[in-house]
Design a protein around this ligand. Structure first.
Ligand code: GLU
Length: 441
């Protein structure tokens, strides 16, 4: 049974990179008929905020990637404590007393000698008495996880293929602060074990965390889940951009982007499959496959999102938009304006041509005569536009722009817009006649 999780820290709003990770975890679970968890990583009480938890839930709901279950790290402190005690008894966690400055100095010296800045395990050298002396001085220890240097770390990454790490090239990670609070590394591993997570899919900035966490799983007697690390999302220009880090659902909504457009883009961005305006999630799921993910950064381009969005809007059935349309628009109204809008928000602008009032341009005398003739020839049948333009063509010899443009301008006040054949029946006979008469002066 597949279980995936999306584990944001509620220290801010979701951005497009987080959304992508959430989506891919949701897709992995859905495709396998498994469970998708939302895990709120709120062990950092100072930076975590309830309003962000609410916003994360609301954003996921808007995107339609709602979790099957929610978990919170702040409710699981006992489990972390228990795991901590066990690992400590097993000699895999040790106290360390260095201050930030001491650690910084050690790093500088190592770098100065051309050595990698790996923690030197100085704390492991301390005798019982030295430790007692530190604590008598009032120095509380922070805690590190002791990596097993005797064992190479290896996994078959769902995106990156075979991965190997020599643990001696990694620092023993600090897992708990002197004030007892938790850093990310251990709680996440404990949760993945307890919650039966089978697949961890996250950004490649977590690759070295995975190396450490694999040893934690093993130390806890658990089988590590399958891991996959996707390449990061970058701006069109190819760089990690600040803008992407704050681009989230509110901005998308304001711009009139449909959740389905975000989903369609992010499902395939950075994969070998083409981004297409597919509003059907089942279809996207069919082709979703981690092995199609590339290792190059995925480029996020706003213009591409807009294109996908417009194509999706142009294919949206009335039933899907009905509740979001301005008052009075029925199915034929939607069909009339649909090809002319890039977002649902633009519908109102075109619909105003139907409901009026409209502002007509100045017409030449010749056109006024023509429009007076039009008002007289107006006949209301199945297709009043075809009937009107047919009759006028015959009677006046006008064709092309000269035939159509004054009519469109008189009937809508615009030089372009939705198909007149669809619009005219919506404007209605008496309103159409009065607009033509008004234009004729
Ligand atoms: N809270 C972590 C983050 O946002 C979770 C990483 C993970 O998926 O394990 O980076």
């Amino acid at each position: 049974m597949t279980t995936t999780r999306f584990a944001p820290s509620p220290t801010g709003r979701l951005h497009v990179g987080n959304i992508r990770t959430a989506l891919h975890n949701w897709m992995l679970a859905r495709k396998a008929g498994g469970t998708f968890l939302l895990r709120i990583d709120d062990t950092d009480a100072q930076r975590s905020r309830e309003e962000y938890v609410d916003a994360i839930r609301a954003d996921l709901e808007w995107l339609g990637i709602a979790p099957d279950r929610e978990e919170r790290q702040s409710h699981r402190l006992e489990a972390y404590e228990a795991a901590f005690d066990k690992l400590r008894e097993a000699g895999r966690i040790y106290p360390a007393y260095e201050t930030q400055q001491e650690l910084e100095l050690k790093r500088k010296i190592q770098l100065g000698r051309g050595l990698p800045p790996i923690y030197d395990r100085g704390a492991l050298e301390l005798t019982e008495e030295q430790r007692a002396a530190k604590e008598a001085e009032g120095i509380q220890p922070h805690w590190r996880f002791k990596l097993d240097h005797g064992e190479q770390i290896q996994w078959d990454d769902g995106v990156r293929g075979s991965q190997k790490f020599d643990p001696a090239t990694l620092s023993d990670p600090v897992i708990r602060r002197a004030d007892g609070s938790w850093l990310y590394m251990l709680p996440s591993t404990v949760d993945d074990v307890d919650m039966g997570v089978t697949q961890v899919l996250r950004g490649e900035d977590h690759v070295s965390n995975t190396a450490v966490q694999i040893q934690m799983f093993t130390a806890m007697g658990a089988k590590p889940p399958a891991f996959a690390h996707e390449a990061l999302l970058v701006g069109k220009e190819g760089k990690l951009s600040k803008r992407l880090g704050s681009l989230g659902c509110d901005a998308f909504r304001e711009r009139g982007i449909e959740p389905e457009a975000i989903i369609a883009l992010l499902a395939r961005l950075g994969t070998s499959q083409p981004v297409e305006p597919i509003a059907n999630r089942e279809k996207l799921l069919e082709t979703f496959d981690l092995s199609t993910f590339g290792r190059a950064p995925a480029k996020f381009d706003d213009a591409e999102l807009d294109r996908v969005n417009t194509a999706i809007v142009h294919a949206m059935p009335y039933a899907a938009v009905k509740d979001r349309l301005p008052e009075g628009i029925d199915e034929s109204g939607w069909h009339a304006v649909q090809p002319n809008v890039a977002t649902i928000g633009e519908v109102g602008e075109w619909w105003r041509l139907v409901t009026g009032p409209i502002e007509q341009p100045e017409f030449s005398d010749e056109d006024r005569t023509y429009l007076a003739q039009a008002a007289q020839s107006l006949e209301w049948g199945d297709d009043p536009w075809a009937a009107l333009t047919g009759a006028l063509k015959e009677a006046t010899g006008r064709k092309g722009k000269a035939l159509f443009l004054p009519l469109r301008q008189a009937l809508t006040g615009m030089n372009h817009g939705p198909d007149m054949g669809e619009l005219l029946p919506l404007i209605g006979e008496s309103e159409a006649r009065s607009r033509l008469e008004r234009a004729a002066g």
